[in-house]
Structure formats: structure tokens, C-alpha cells
Design a protein around this ligand. Structure first.
Ligand code: ADP
Length: 486
């Protein structure tokens, strides 16, 4: 009974069979084998013809010598002739025939009658194309003979005939040549196969490194890099892989930060609600105290609702689940609608909300998203404007092929060091004032989650627009969004 192959060996063999290395070598060897075969066949065909022709020419040359020799003998012997012994080899067949067909002289390993029969049979099948056309015959010892018939004219004008047969050496030469070709080809293929495996193995080694490194990279540890220095295609692949890892790591980090920040933001209002309810139910309170507690809870509830809405909006934006339907619209219409919607809020905050210069400004955009963008900017302006004169102005206009909308306020302004971070998620200029320690902080202080401007920037971006901020501390702030005008 044959021992069964172990599953490990079978698995390894399967892996090898499916490896690029193996298939590469196999293809390479197969192509080389086809080329070698074609080349050898061509070489064999041309060389064997050459050798054959060379051998026949040699026989022809010998026949010419024989003819001259026989002619001389006829001249001297006047019709009597003898064998041209010096010119004949033991294996040669030589027959001299008189015009009547009588054998005048003969020699050779083949009986005369048989030789004549071979020649006359050959004459019927082989077309006579020239003087050197030969009749081929293979003897019992597998010796290949070529027979040549040559006329000899005696001095008296009588036509004699020579039948000459010689062994054709090329067949042995050709066999040797064929053997060399086959052996050479097989050796080349074996060397190519071994060399191919070695080369493919070397070339594929970096792939193994990449695979092993990729295996060690876990979801929580994306800090590993391949750091391959080579400049070839695999080096390029490794660099692309490293760059992808860096992007993934940054994305994971952002995601983690986002979840941590969101939880943190929700924890504060939840703590405040918990605190207020505990305080209210701990002992009997006056109706005013209950009302105060409820209004704080209500405020926190509003905050959480807006925070959750903003989080949802950003999550949808990140997941690419938002559909933006751009249609031609007038930016000044969007500005007017925003001012109308937020006038009540402005009045409640003691802010004068004005619609400034609003010429027709056409762009391609999604009305709902643009309304949200402008509302966020105006709400911020209302929220953060303090002082005696509280004024917020919305304007639109066109310049150099672009359309813009501006929201300016007479608020406290933003210090230059905060401006680069304004659009970061959860970034707030004055954290202490807005949310942290809320229970103890000024209840009149504006509260925000730090997500509004991130949403503004995202909406501007999907419309091919750009947000700019200009702010002078103590004077006011202007937010401007620029789009391509149509
Ligand atoms: P928030 O929900 O806190 O308003 P935003 O992303 O809209 O979040 O704004 C980020 C921060 O930028 C705000 O916390 C605030 O400090 C500052 N900010 C935004 N708009 C203005 C403004 N018009 N004037 C002064 N500060 C502003």
C-alpha cells in the first residue's frame, strides 16, 4: 500500500501550485520550450538539408572522377575496361554497362542484379531533375545508399553507363546532430527552470515581507510601516501601502477622537440633568425652584438635541450618505430666507439682524444645505455678539467669476491663534465659558458643541466653495463663503 501524502504536504503543494512564483516559472519555461523547439526544428531542417546536399555533391565529384577514369581506360583498352580500383571503396557499388546492357565490370556489397533492380525501380519513382539526381535506398544493415547513373562516351562515340552507389554519411551525422539538439534543449530548459525558480523567489521575497507585515497589523495598531527603501515596483507598492496605513491610522484616530469627544459632550448635560433632578427630589422645593430646575433641564435637553442632530449630520456626511441636489438658485434668496427665519432669535438676544446689499447672485447649489450653512453662520453671529451695539449683517455679491455671501457681526472677534482651528470638530474658542462646569457657569453664556463650523465647511466644500474668516478682536468677525458663479 502506498503511503498517503500528509495534509500538510498536500496543502504546501497546493500553495506552491497557486503561487505567482510557480506560475511565472512555468509560463517562462513553456515559452522557452516553444522557442527552443521552433529554433531546433529550423536548425535541424536547414542543417540536415545542407549535410545531405554536401554528401550528394561529394558522390557527384567521385562519379566525375570515375567517368574520366573509365573514359581513359576505354581509350587505352579500346572497348575493354577494368575496375577503377584506386577510386573505389569497399562499401561502394560500381557497375559499368555496355550500350546493350551487358555488365562489363562491377563491384560492391550488393549483388549486381539487385543493384540494377533498385536503380530501375528508383528511376520509375524518382523524377530526373538534373545530373546529380540520386536514387536513395536503405540497405539491410540500415545503411543509406545514394545511387547515381552517369553516361560515359567512348572515343568511338559508344555510350556506356555507370551505376555508382555510395553510402550517405549524413544520416549518421544528422542523427548525432539531432541528439545534440535535443540534449542541449533539455539542458537549457532544466537550467532555465532552476534559474527561473531562483529568480522568481528573489523577486517575490519583498512580497512575502509585505504579507507578513500586513498580517501583524491589527485594528488597534496601525503604527507599523514597511519602510522599504528599494526604488523598484515593489518598493513603490510598499510605499503606497505605508501611505495607505498612514491615512487609515489618521482616519481611525479621527474616528476615535470623534467618539470620545461626542461622549464627553453628552456627559456634561447628562450630569447637569442628574444633578438638577437629584436636587429637586431630595427635599420639598418651592414652585419657583422647581421651575428653575425644569428650565435648566429643558435647556440641556435642547443642547443635547442639537448636538445629536449635528453628530448625525456629520456622521452621514462622513459615510457619504448625503445626497446633494444642485440646481441653479439665487444666493440672495437664501440669504433673505435665513434672515427672515432668524429675526425672532436675534430680537430675543437683543441683536439687530440686517439684510445688507443683496444683488441677484446665481450659483448651482442645494437650497436646503445652503440654508443650513447660512443659518449656522448667522446663529453663531447672534450667539457670540455682545456689547452695547449688537449688529449682524448678511450680504451677497459677485466678483471675478465667483459669488459670495458674507455674515458680519459686531461681536468680540476671534484671536488669530484660534482661527486655523475654528473648523475642527468640537473646537470652541472659550471652552470654560461655554460648556465645562456648566452648572456653575453663567447661564446666559452662549453654549455650543463646536460642530457648527465643521458642518459649514463641509457644505461649502461639496459646493466647490471656500470659507474665509476675518476677525478683529473687539471689533467683530466676518465669515465669507465663496462659490463659482453661474
Ligand atoms: P459652536 O457650536 O460652539 O458655536 P462652531 O463650530 O459653530 O461651534 O464654532 C466654533 C467656535 O468658534 C465657537 O465655539 C466660537 O468660540 C467661535 N465662533 C464662531 N463664530 C463666531 C463669531 N461670529 N464670533 C466669535 N466667535 C465665533
Amino acid at each position: 500500500m502506498r503511503p498517503k501524502k500528509s495534509p500538510v504536504i498536500r496543502e504546501r503543494f497546493g500553495v506552491l501550485l497557486h503561487s505567482i512564483r510557480f506560475r511565472l516559472v512555468l509560463w517562462f519555461t513553456a515559452i522557452l520550450a516553444v522557442i527552443l523547439f521552433a529554433f531546433s526544428a529550423f536548425l535541424f531542417y536547414t542543417q540536415s538539408r545542407n549535410l545531405q546536399e554536401e554528401a550528394i555533391h561529394e558522390l557527384d565529384r567521385r562519379v566525375t572522377g570515375l567517368v574520366t577514369n573509365v573514359q581513359t581506360a576505354l581509350l587505352q583498352g579500346d572497348g575493354q575496361t577494368s575496375l577503377p580500383n584506386g577510386l573505389l571503396r569497399d562499401t561502394d557499388v560500381f557497375i559499368l554497362l555496355s550500350p546493350e546492357g551487358t555488365v562489363l565490370a562491377s563491384q560492391g556489397p550488393i549483388p549486381v542484379q539487385e543493384a540494377i533492380q533498385i536503380v530501375s525501380a528508383g528511376l520509375q519513382t524518382t523524377p530526373r531533375t538534373g545530373e546529380s539526381s540520386a536514387i536513395y535506398w536503405t540497405g539491410p544493415n540500415s545503411q543509406n545508399y545514394a545511387f547515381i547513373i552517369a553516361p560515359v562516351q567512348s572515343p568511338l562515340g559508344i555510350n556506356f553507363l555507370i551505376i555508382f552507389g555510395g553510402i550517405l554519411d549524413p544520416s549518421a551525422l544528422i542523427r548525432r546532430f539531432l541528439l545534440t539538439l535535443v540534449a542541449g534543449s533539455l539542458l537549457t530548459l532544466a537550467v532555465a527552470l532552476a534559474g527561473g525558480f531562483w529568480l522568481a523567489d528573489r523577486a517575490m521575497r519583498p512580497v512575502k515581507t509585505i504579507t507578513q507585515a500586513a498580517r501583524t497589523i491589527g485594528e488597534t495598531d496601525l503604527s507599523r510601516r514597511l519602510n522599504m527603501k528599494s526604488k523598484d515596483e515593489l518598493g513603490e507598492l510598499a510605499n503606497t501601502f505605508d501611505a495607505m496605513l498612514a491615512r487609515l491610522q489618521a482616519a481611525f484616530e479621527r474616528q476615535r477622537q470623534f467618539v470620545a469627544d461626542a461622549s464627553h459632550e453628552l456627559r456634561t448635560p447628562l450630569t447637569i440633568i442628574n444633578l438638577e433632578t437629584s436636587r429637586a427630589i431630595a427635599s420639598r422645593r418651592s414652585p419657583q425652584e422647581y421651575q428653575h430646575a425644569l428650565s435648566i433641564i429643558h435647556g440641556e435637553n435642547d443642547f443635547m438635541t442639537s448636538l445629536v442632530n449635528d453628530l448625525l449630520t456629520l456622521a452621514r456626511m462622513d459615510a457619504g450618505q448625503t445626497t446633494i441636489e444642485k440646481t441653479p438658485l439665487d444666493l440672495s434668496d437664501v440669504a433673505v430666507e435665513t434672515v427672515e427665519r432668524l429675526t425672532a432669535l436675534a430680537t430675543r438676544n437683543g441683536v439687530t439682524l440686517e439684510a445688507g446689499n443683496l444683488p441677484e447672485t446665481h450659483i448651482l447649489g442645494d437650497r436646503q444645505y445652503l440654508l443650513q450653512m447660512l443659518s449656522n453662520l448667522v446663529e453663531n453671529a447672534i450667539k457670540y455678539t455682545t456689547g452695547d451695539v449688537k449688529r449682524v449683517c448678511v450680504e451677497t455679491g459677485k466678483a471675478d467669476g465667483s459669488a459670495w455671501v458674507r455674515v458680519s457681526d459686531t461681536g468680540p472677534g476671534i484671536a488669530p491663534e484660534h482661527i486655523p482651528h475654528l473648523f475642527d470638530r468640537f473646537y470652541r474658542v472659550d471652552k470654560a465659558r461655554t460648556r465645562a462646569g456648566e452648572a456653575e457657569s453663567d447661564p446666559e453664556a452662549p453654549s455650543g458643541s463646536g460642530l457648527g463650523l465643521s458642518i459649514v465647511q463641509w457644505i461649502a466644500k461639496v459646493h466647490g466653495g471656500e470659507v474665509r474668516v476675518e476677525s478683529a478682536p473687539g471689533v467683530g468677525t466676518t465669515f465669507e463663503v465663496r462659490f463659482k458663479a453661474v
